[in-house]
Design a binder for this molecule. Structure first.
Ligand code: HSE
Length: 428
């Protein structure tokens, strides 16, 4: 019989439990497909006594994930502890130093230490596989690094945090304020222990930085992501955007421009009728654009036991079949350091403001925009009872710097009754 591939699973939370269940439920199928058994030798978690509804008695127990990684009967460390540093990184480094492959779902660790870990792994001839780190069950790492390997990638974008998408779509469908839906998401257990990771856009930015590295052959650079979360999005913006035919999404976009690599994670307007606009609830969507393939849209569950364990096990199966390649699609030593570029690609913008309802008010705002070189595409003023008139403007494409200048000049007109809100409209 062919030698089994023996796993050591560090972390028995939602994803780790899902991995154990798949290995147990599909043992024969995995063996047939991989040509060798896939087995679990040992597991590790913080609390040994917790009832996880799993049969664990056939596996050795290690309190320390580093000890788990170093066991002689473990060929592959499956790192599902999470966290950029601490035990997850220590166990990963230990596994690599011992010449073992690693499968991980840890986007924070890869976004912050991916280049160093890839260099170390490749120097030892080890693989690090991380399909589960980006968009859960969606096979985007494989699509980008393998299926599209012959394309020059032009743009990668997506909704990669299900919690934010849930909050934004629920605000839209139920007409509820951000704070109310945030509480709902918390009650449903959607939020990370530190909710800022979700609503602050950090979790999604980790994922974007990883995709950008593979897409553009650059070193992963999380610090260069131009990052803004969804906390400032109000129900007024959700309604106004809908009225103009848009939806608001926390959208990540990475593209190589003449000035360098632009990585943005921010609330954006997308057409309501587009696939991104129609993405509801906690689902994820990644859009890949290559020079040969054109546009590809991948949609699926970005979190949860089944989808994330599915991605982890896809990586395990690749290793069981002997398929191993460079961590980020090309040898880490050849990955360039990208020059970060900040919002250089012009875009249309949505502007919402309240103006004093007096003769010439709108004309003054239009003049400020005109003086900044910004052309108005569409404009709408709503009927109102109070003295301030709600106004929406959609601009033609402009640079963010020009828009910033215009917004800075608006208070001097003396006609503003509220601070203008500006949101980029992404062409999708
Ligand atoms: N908190 C994440 C999300 C889970 O909401 O998508 C996976 O990173």
């Amino acid at each position: 019989m062919a030698e089994p591939l023996r796993l050591g699973i560090a972390g028995l939370g939602t994803v780790g439990s899902g991995v154990v269940r798949i290995v147990q439920r599909h043992a024969r199928m995995l063996e047939s497909r991989a040509g060798r058994p896939v087995t679990i030798s040992a597991v590790s978690a913080r609390n040994r006594d917790k009832d996880r509804g799993l049969r664990l008695n056939g596996y050795a127990w290690e309190d320390d994930p580093v000890a788990l990684a170093l066991r002689d009967d473990v060929d592959v460390l499956v790192e599902l502890v999470g966290g950029a540093d601490g035990p997850a990184k220590a166990a990963t480094e230990a596994a690599i130093a011992a010449g073992k492959d690693v499968v991980t779902a840890n986007k924070a660790m890869l976004a912050l230490h991916g280049q160093a870990l890839a260099l170390a792994a490749e120097a030892r001839g080890c693989a690090i596989r991380f399909e589960a780190a980006v968009a859960g069950g969606i096979p985007v790492i494989r699509a980008l690094g393998e299926s599209l390997a012959a394309n020059e990638i032009q743009r990668v974008m997506g909704v990669m945090n299900g919690t934010c998408n849930y909050i934004l779509t629920r605000m839209q469908s139920a007409g509820l304020a951000y704070e109310e839906v945030f509480r709902e998401a918390s009650d449903l257990g959607y939020l990370e222990a530190d909710p800022t990771l979700d609503v602050g856009g950090i979790d999604a930015s980790h994922k974007l930085a990883i995709l950008a590295a593979i897409a553009f052959g650059t070193q992963v650079d999380f610090d260069a992501v131009d990052l803004e979360g969804i906390e400032r999005i109000t129900i007024d913006d959700i309604r106004a955007a809908a009225d103009m035919g848009f939806r608001i999404k926390l959208l990540g976009v990475a593209q190589m421009t003449g000035r360098g690599l632009e990585q943005r994670m921010s609330p954006c307007l997308v057409p309501a009728s587009s696939p991104l606009g129609q993405l509801e609830n906690a689902m994820n969507m990644v859009v890949l654009e290559g020079d040969a393939v054109g546009q590809i849209v991948l949609r699926g569950a970005g979190a949860g036991e089944g989808p994330t364990a599915s991605a982890v096990m896809g990586d395990v199966m690749d290793l069981a079949r002997g398929r191993r390649g460079p961590v980020f699609g090309q040898p880490a030593a050849t990955l360039a350091r990208a020059q970060p570029a900040s919002s250089t690609v012009p875009a249309p913008y949505y502007l919402r403001m309240a103006l004093l309802d007096k003769p010439g008010a709108l004309a003054r705002i239009a003049t400020v925009l005109g003086e900044a070189g910004i052309s108005i595409d569409r404009m709408r003023q709503y009927s109102h009872d109070d003295p301030a008139a709600p106004v929406l403007i959609v601009t033609h494409k402009t640079r963010r710097s020009a828009l910033k200048d215009a917004i800075a000049a608006m208070p001097a007109t003396g006609v503003l009754a509220s601070d203008p809100v500006a949101i980029r409209i992404e062409e999708v």
